[in-house]
Design a protein. Structure first.
Ligand code: PHE
Length: 461
């Protein structure tokens, strides 16, 4: 959307497509299987779905309520729409956008390499694990990270919203068809069943953990998995950093925000679950458990080319098509990340869109270089961004909307079909903040323990 005269989405579909474009991306297809593999399979999936309903949907509604009522960019909306000064939350959003895009672009760069290299013979000559090790960190990774940041910045400078709408309209159905096809293909491979068990049958022993409080041992929900699942909920739905807020600031007052939220989150979750249905059977059918375990961050990238390779002549074409679509999906998400940063920089410093987007894009590129040199650093940045920054953003957003914003339930009620506004306000006030606070503390503790383990002598990588 151009920032000069504040327009509105031409159609309701336009808004939904842009929001789906932001939500569906690497978060669904790279991060969801990666976190599932890292956090213990089905238990993680189960908690993600639970959190989607009690945290994700209410927080998305909260962002929509702020955006639509203020019709302003996040920084301005928070600085102006209440007596208290909530501007620092706007800065947190910008910081988060910076951080996420810096490594997101590195992964999108891998995607671009996978796409291009399926045109050559490298996938015939090398295992995808060897290939992944070679291209995921180093000069080539930096180079492709630069290309992706250049593309994203170019699009944000040009402001081609119509392009996004059109791209998403074609892209999402194609992506779904391809993933569904892959899932069916995977189903027919020997050994697929173990993959389904790992992916879909939650294990109570993993869900519950004993915490020692002095001499006591208290069983409780496994907070580490829960905090990872919450991080995933925010990441995949583009919540907690103002992206959804920005897009909804162009909405008209008659829209049914709850309906939009349901549509967007259903699409997003559907794509992620489908990606898992393709990937986990393949991991087991192709004996990739160990390789994936060594580099969970590469789960997607190690798994799929192995499967495509066995499909004969069409395999590399499908590899190309798959990574091309993933690249587009990453672009529509990257654009929404850079848009938040850019619109806030414009508001803050009053500079032109060109300058704001280009300097931000360049700074983000530089910030991402360490992640392009070291995948361990990339995972760390991803943990910090999702489990701390996004959750903190979500926590502050819900406190603001629940306790400080004037008449949020009335704003939500405009255009609403089902009257869920009191239920929503109850969740945003009494459930979301304490749960997010607890998970933030868990995330903080978990991260500090990881860093401690790495620093102590005898740490194995
Ligand atoms: N939701 C996007 C994805 O799943 C990533 C994203 C996060 C985009 C936060 C915007 C804001 O790939």
């Amino acid at each position: 959307m151009s920032d000069v005269s504040r327009g509105q989405w031409n159609t309701r579909l336009g808004f939904i497509l842009a929001a789906v474009g932001s939500a569906v991306g690497l978060g669904n297809i790279w991060r969801f299987p990666y976190m599932t593999a890292e956090s213990g399979g089905a238990s993680f999936v189960f908690l993600y779905v639970v959190l989607l309903f009690i945290i994700g949907i209410p927080v998305m509604l909260a962002e929509f309520v702020i955006g639509r009522s203020s019709q302003l960019s996040p920084v301005q909306a928070l600085a102006q729409s209440s007596q208290r000064n909530w501007a620092p939350l706007g800065f947190l959003f910008v910081l988060t956008g910076f951080t996420i895009l810096s490594y997101y672009s590195v992964i999108a760069g891998w995607t671009l390499q996978y796409m291009m290299d399926s045109l050559g013979t490298v996938f015939q000559d090398h295992s995808s694990e060897q290939y992944f090790q070679a291209i995921s960190a180093g000069n080539r990774a930096i180079f492709f990270h630069l290309i992706f940041m250049g593309l994203t910045t170019g699009i944000v400078v040009a402001g081609v919203e119509n392009g996004i709408e059109r791209a998403v309209k074609v892209l999402i159905p194609l992506l779904v068809v391809l993933l569904a096809g892959l899932a069916v293909w995977a189903y027919r491979q020997d050994g697929a069943v173990e993959g389904y068990t790992y992916y879909l049958a939650p294990d109570v022993n993993k869900l519950i953990k004993s915490y020692s409080l002095g001499p006591l041992s208290v069983p409780f929900l496994n907070l580490e998995i829960l905090s990872d699942a919450a991080g995933q909920t925010f990441f995949t739905l583009s919540l907690g950093m103002g992206a959804m807020l920005t897009y909804s600031s162009y909405l008209s007052k008659q829209e049914d925000l709850f309906e939009e939220t349901l549509i967007i989150s259903a699409f997003d979750t559907g794509v992620a679950l489908l990606a898992g249905l393709a990937i986990f059977p393949i991991i087991h059918a192709f004996n990739l458990v160990e390789k994936v375990g060594e580099s969970t961050v590469g789960t997607l990238f190690i798994t799929l080319p192995e499967a495509f390779r066995t499909m004969g002549g069409w395999g590399m074409f499908l590899n190309f098509a798959f990574f091309a679509m993933l690249l587009l999906a990453a672009l529509t998400s990257g654009i929404s990340l850079l848009e938040v940063v850019t619109s806030s920089v414009i508001d803050e410093y009053g500079i032109s869109r060109n300058v704001a987007a280009t300097t931000s894009g360049l700074a983000i590129f530089l910030l991402g270089v360490p992640a392009a040199l070291n995948t361990a650093w990339l995972s760390l940045a991803d943990k910090i961004a999702s489990n701390l920054l996004l959750l903190l953003g979500g926590f502050m957003l819900s406190v603001y909307v629940g306790w400080y914003m004037s008449a949020p339930a009335e704003e939500l009620r405009r255009g609403l079909g089902w009257n869920i506004s009191s239920l929503w306000l109850g969740l945003i006030r009494y459930v979301v903040p304490p749960v997010l606070f607890l998970l933030l503390m868990t995330g903080f503790w978990g991260l500090s323990q990881d860093l401690l383990a790495q620093a102590l002598p005898g740490a194995g990588g």
